[in-house]
Design a protein around this ligand. Structure first.
Ligand SMILES: N[C@@H](CCC(=O)N[C@@H](CS)C(=O)NCC(=O)O)C(=O)O
Length: 215
């Protein structure tokens, strides 16, 4: 049995972030589905893995982690000699730039993109009504972030360098949901962002994550 276990839901963006990282590394792991509709993520048993009652939770032998970005950080370092590199080893300056773009994703990009995804993707799926004012407000915020990305991506193929790294990978789950909403226009209208999104969403590792949603 694999030493690595990921507890989560294939529909959860945070779970997908960890799965994408593991598939990039080609590391064996066991996926343990958590039935969120049944509230399994709030059960006593699950809270021992993630005390915030959120997915994912991660185990590698006796190491237990939660917070998807901390998990990908661990995987990228621990399995640095396997699969896609995902880091920029050797230079503290390059690693600082990678860290910078990881922070941008977490603190600038994720919130407006997730709010749009909730309003324009999940709510209609659940028979709820999209709040167009919330979408509009967050489209404005996301547009400003994507203007910064557009300028950055004229200078390097990916966000942190000319190689695909964790900084790009962390965007995949929320971008994928954004692409399924009318707010996709924010990507389509920026040529470098559009090319970057096409490139990263076409990665075989990401296709494996999307395939898990259909199982
Ligand atoms: N910052 C956390 C966020 C985890 C998170 O928000 N998970 C969502 C699913 S994507 C969840 O479990 N929501 C249920 C809840 O908060 O009760 C991470 O990156 O792991």
């Amino acid at each position: 049995m694999a030493a690595i276990k990921v507890h989560g839901s294939p529909l959860s963006t945070a779970t997908q972030r960890v799965l994408a990282c593991l598939y990039e590394k080609g590391t064996d792991f066991q996926f343990v589905p958590i039935n969120m509709a049944a509230g399994e993520h709030k059960s006593e048993n699950y809270l021992s893995l993630n005390p915030f009652g959120q997915v994912p939770a991660f185990e590698d032998g006796d190491l237990k982690l939660f917070e998807s970005r901390a998990v990908t950080h661990y995987i990228a370092h621990e399995y640095s000699d396997k699969g896609t590199q995902l880091l920029i080893p050797g230079s503290n300056k390059d690693m600082a730039v990678l860290q910078l773009w990881k922070e941008v994703e977490a603190h600038q990009f994720d919130s407006p993109c997730s709010k749009i995804a909730w309003e324009a993707f999940y709510k209609p799926l659940m028979g709820m009504v999209t709040d167009s004012a919330v979408v509009e407000e967050n489209e404005g915020k996301l547009a400003k972030v994507l203007d910064v990305y557009e300028a950055r991506l004229t200078r390097s193929k990916y966000l942190a360098s000319d190689c695909f790294t964790l900084a790009d990978l962390h965007h995949l789950p929320t971008i994928q949901y954004l692409l399924a909403t009318p707010s996709k226009k924010l990507i389509d209208s920026r040529p470098h962002v559009c090319a970057w999104v096409k490139e990263i969403t076409a990665r075989p590792a990401w296709s494996k994550v999307l395939a898990m949603q259909k199982q």
